[in-house]
Design a protein around this ligand. Structure first.
Ligand SMILES: [Zn+2]
Length: 238
């Protein structure tokens, strides 16, 4: 896993499909460093911290969690800085943190249809096969619709987004760098043409030239996001 510099102030760790590790965005501002997501496990977070250090990046001042899916925040416990999410995401992560993630308990949940066998395999790999406990931390600060952090030379603008991938999702915009972190918002669950069009209508107004999807190694420009959405719409035509 390496960390790539995208613009003067924006970096991202590369995603990994096999272990379902999403990107972590790093905004290196004059008055602090903001991370977008925390990594999918303690191991993933430790690798990001080590690699960011090698690039001379300071430890984060704040972490922003994109949504409540485990691959985006299970690594949070590795950091000291305060963490922020949408109010719904905060609530969902708190519910998830109360779950028993120990191997036997989680496998029982999978058998009973409440868990995912794919996630069980990933947890085996990230936390070891004999895990009895997974230490978790949930966001301390939450917001309803939007939040801004002034880092001096760059601004972090978080905006709640209406996507049925997850009802607690946000996107993060850095206007000065013209970058928009999309999280997983493009991965719609119930698919209708209206859902895709509505999603694009929310993304399109952002003044951005670089669009970063959390599981895609390739950054996109506006035309590519639009083409992706329009292809999606076409594929749903009867
Ligand atoms: Zn997700």
């Amino acid at each position: 896993m390496n960390i790539k510099q995208i613009t003067k102030k924006v970096y991202m760790s590369m995603p990994e499909e096999r272990r379902d590790r999403p990107i972590v965005g790093i905004i290196n501002g004059m008055k602090g460093v903001v991370y977008f997501d925390a990594g999918s496990s303690q191991k993933h977070a430790q690798e990001i911290i080590t690699n960011a250090e090698k690039l001379g990046l300071s430890t984060p001042s704040y972490l922003i969690i994109s949504h409540s899916h485990t691959d985006h925040w299970f690594g949070l416990i590795e950091y000291q800085a305060p963490s922020i999410s949408s109010r719904t995401c905060k609530k969902r992560t708190e519910e998830l943190a109360r779950n028993d993630w120990g191997k036997t308990a989680y496998e029982k949940q999978v058998q009973e249809g409440h868990g995912s066998s794919f996630l069980a395999e990933i947890l085996d790999e990230e936390y070891g096969k004999d895990r009895s406990f997974i230490a978790l931390r949930t966001p301390e600060i939450s917001f309803e619709d939007q939040l801004e952090i002034d880092l001096g030379d760059v601004t972090i603008h978080c905006q709640k987004i209406n996507t049925n991938h997850s009802d607690d999702a946000i996107v993060m915009h850095i206007p000065e760098e013209k970058v928009l972190f999309l999280g997983d918002c493009l991965y719609l669950r119930t698919k209708s043409q209206t859902d895709v069009k509505k999603l694009f209508e929310q993304i399109n107004p952002f003044n951005a030239e670089i669009f970063i999807d959390s599981h895609c190694p390739k950054i996109m420009n506006r035309e590519e996001v639009e083409a992706y959405c329009m292809d999606y719409v076409k594929s749903l035509e009867e």
